[in-house]
Design a protein around this ligand. Structure first.
Ligand code: KIV
Length: 279
């Protein structure tokens, strides 16, 4: 049975932690689904992690749809969330048209950045499940780094969170905020909170899959690297290049042969003048 937003809400009520991971392609979506990820998330971080863009702001709706469709093919179980990319929800009308498009391509819900209760309520009135995203908002903020660092900023983030919940948001992502602020916000909201670099007390955690698998070869404080795909893949490819050059690859077990009969027939044919030598 597919995980629904109600299942995710129930997890908060029962005090069960929610596991969310970004996902950009079909094979990873199969791994994540098999591994029991609750929310598979096609983030606009696809831009910098997969497409080689400089910034999330370069990601288009077509990019998101392309990756969403691949991920949809692999996800059987998890709730499938997708980002509305930069400049696709400037007005309620734009937001609705673009969200409907993402939903029609297989998303269960959409995520948007910043304090936009007007957009959230417009989408929710149309039956669209919306995840809000506060703290660091890469589509909005020019500089990276911790947000809500003062009591005043923390108070603002918490009151904006309550307003987004009142507008109908089903889920809240907090990116790069102090643990104390995320804990207080989580305590005050009835909807689940999911943190990335927001400490231990949110209802769930989200990481960029390329960071936690070590596809990216840099380290970030809020990330635990569970593998080192970058090094393992580079080593495997380097070995392959060396074996091609040394003729160790392909070996006997990698090749296919003609049957003895066809091999003999080919020899006979090539020895007659039926086959011209183009050499
Ligand atoms: O696009 C993304 O990967 C995100 C996460 C940081 C939550 O928005």
């Amino acid at each position: 049975m597919r995980t629904t937003i109600v299942d995710i809400m129930e997890m908060k009520r029962r005090g069960e932690k929610i596991a969310m991971l970004t996902c950009y392609d079909y094979p990873t979506s199969v791994w994540e689904d098999e591994a029991g990820v609750d929310i598979v998330f096609v983030g606009d971080s696809v831009g910098t992690n997969v497409l080689g863009y400089e910034s999330e702001k370069e990601v288009t709706l077509d990019d998101m749809i392309h990756h969403l469709k691949a991920v949809r093919r692999g996800v059987q179980q998890a709730y499938l969330l997708v980002d509305l990319p930069y400049l696709t929800y400037e007005s309620p009308e734009d937001a609705l048209r673009n969200s409907r498009s993402l939903i029609s391509h297989g998303a269960d819900g959409v995520k948007l950045e910043g304090f936009r209760p007007d957009i959230v309520s417009h989408l929710v009135q149309d039956g669209i499940q919306v995840c809000a995203h506060l703290g660091l908002n890469p589509q909005i903020h020019e500089t990276k780094g911790l947000r809500a660092k003062t009591a005043r900023a923390a108070e603002r983030l918490i009151s904006e969170s309550v307003a987004l919940q009142d507008a109908g948001a089903w889920l809240m992502v907090y990116e790069l905020i102090p643990e104390e602020v995320a804990r207080e916000a989580t305590r005050r909201l009835s909807i689940p909170t999911i943190g990335i670099g927001a400490g231990r007390h949110t209802d769930g955690q989200v990481l960029i899959v390329s960071d936690m698998l070590g596809i990216n070869d840099f380290d970030l404080r809020h990330v635990r690297k569970y593998d080192n795909f970058h090094d393992r893949a580079t080593q495997a490819i380097r070995r392959h290049v060396a074996e091609v050059r040394s003729t160790e690859f392909p070996a006997g077990e990698n090749v296919r042969h003609l049957s003895d009969e066809e091999s003999k027939a080919m020899g006979n044919m090539l020895s007659t003048d039926k086959v011209r030598n183009h050499g």
